[in-house]
Write a protein that binds this ligand. Structure first.
Ligand code: PLA
Length: 457
């Protein structure tokens, strides 16, 4: 622990005091319990400072572990071989190993061959990346892109891009609220709290049907004051895995348009939900095609497996190119004092993969493979649970959910039992990441879920 000076006392102290020694240079120190006394002598007076092992950070309390990333820390500490990490949404192979996509390795080789330098990027990021990411999101021939109505700024993956969007709201829409789904990805609340943007919830999940509370959602969006930002998950809703149908998306767009709200999409799983980049972007494109102004945060953590590269983007689709230019200038102004400019490596990988037709096609195939593996374990988990559980409970919701997660409906006690008894690590809201599950472990997981569901209240 760092020691700090608690008090400075200037007093006459005999240099001959038993525990004290003063050297030739008239300076000295002595130990007293856990404290250190320091002396210096000037003009016949001895000044004494008492350094005690009490930190000036004493007033800072211990933060709780993160509800998602903290699960990985607990997992690492468990020495039991049967342990399974279904906490964080990170793709694993059937052997439960992290996976670096082949297209990523190829893009990195290209970068190495070219000998790309490490100069700072502009504040808004790599131009080739910004172009590629907006086109991937909206479709290259989208009129909004052609009309230069899209302000795109490279961000620190999905989280950093959301944070930048939140900062824009805080600065230019003071007092405006953001409506978020109940439940939502836990970090959404932290992001808006830290950006000092007030938020409220709209109904989303109906525990009775283990499905979407569509009526509740529409009512709550309707009831919000005009000009509210509505945070929507572009696809593969986290944590529930429940997405609106295309017809429901149209109705959601109707209400948002009627109420003059501003949709704010979080697109963290494009291509990862259905296996198709275009299909997973239909929600966003539907709003843009209506001429609405839309905010979209993108992430390449999951679909390109670039988790630690922190690559994503904040896009603002505006109704005019002039306002898009102004918005972009302000996004840059917000970014500069926060992190100055974004990292280049992930941006180059994305730009190379999206901009090289052979790599782009290979990426799509690898994404289909990953999405397919998740669908396979989803099916196997359902088959295992429904054949083992004789209680008659309907587990078909597992198959109806989409994306990397399954929202099991297990409560906190039951989730604790999964971890404490079965060494299955998961978030306490009952979410499991199927991307961290193998076909080989489905039977084991089914036993754990059945035990926790029926034997723990
Ligand atoms: N938005 C949603 C809906 C997410 O689920 C996540 C990641 C992000 C944004 C941000 O990811 P990024 O910053 O890496 O781009 N959610 C994970 C990881 C996969 C996490 O909590 O950080 C999850 O396990 O929920």
């Amino acid at each position: 622990m760092a020691s700090s000076v608690l008090s400075v006392a200037t007093q006459c102290v005999s240099p001959n005091a038993s525990s004290v020694s003063i050297n030739e240079t008239h300076k000295g120190k002595a130990k007293l319990g856990g404290s250190t006394l320091r002396f210096s002598k000037s003009s016949g007076r001895i000044s004494m400072t008492v350094a005690v092992n009490v930190s000036r950070f004493e007033g800072i309390p211990m933060a709780p572990p993160d509800p998602i990333l903290g699960v990985s820390e607990a997992f690492r500490a468990d020495t039991n071989d049967v342990k399974l990490n279904l906490g964080v949404g990170a793709y694993r192979t059937e052997e439960l190993q992290p996976y670096v996509l082949n297209v990523v390795k190829k893009a990195e080789n290209l970068m190495l061959e070219r000998g790309d330098n490490k100069e700072y990027l502009p504040i808004e990021g790599l131009a080739a990346f910004n172009k590629a990411t907006a086109e991937l999101l909206l479709g290259a021939d989208n009129p909004a892109i052609k009309e230069q109505r899209v302000a795109t700024v490279q961000g620190l993956s999905g989280t950093g891009s959301l944070r930048l969007g939140a900062a824009l709201i805080e600065r230019y829409f003071p007092g405006s609220k953001v409506l978020i789904s109940a439940p939502t990805w836990g970090n959404h609340k932290n992001i808006f709290n830290d950006a000092r943007v007030p938020w409220a919830e709209y109904r989303y999940y109906d525990p009775r049907t283990v499905g979407l509370d569509f009526e509740g959602m529409i009512e709550d969006i309707k009831a919000a004051p005009e000009g509210t930002f509505v945070l929507l998950h572009g696809c593969a809703h986290n944590p529930t895995g429940i997405d609106p149908t295309p017809e429901q998306w149209e109705k959601i767009a109707d209400v948002i348009q009627q109420k003059n709200h501003i949709p704010f999409f979080d697109v963290a799983y494009q291509g990862f939900a259905s296996g198709s980049l275009d299909e997973d972007a239909t929600s966003v494109r539907l709003f843009v095609a209506r001429g609405m102004e839309v905010l979209v945060a993108q992430s390449y953590s999951k679909n390109l497996g670039l988790y630690a590269e922190r690559i994503g983007a904040m896009n603002v689709i505006s109704s005019s190119s002039e306002s898009a230019t102004r918005v972009k200038s302000q996004l840059k102004r917000l970014a500069r004092p926060m992190y100055s400019n974004p990292p280049v490596h992930g941006a180059r990988i994305v730009a190379n993969v999206v901009g090289t037709p052979i790599l782009f096609d290979e990426w799509k195939a690898e994404m289909e493979m990953m999405a397919g593996r998740i669908k396979n374990v989803r099916q196997k988990l359902y088959d295992s649970i429904s054949s083992k559980d004789k209680s008659g409970k309907d587990w078909s919701f597992i198959l109806k959910q989409i994306g990397m997660f399954s929202y099991t409906g297990l409560n906190k006690n039951q989730s604790d039992n999964m971890t404490n008894k079965w060494h299955v690590y998961m978030t306490k809201d009952g979410r499991i990441s199927l991307a961290g599950l193998s076909l080989a472990k489905c039977e084991y997981l089914a036993d754990a879920i059945i035990d926790s569901y029926h034997n723990v209240s």
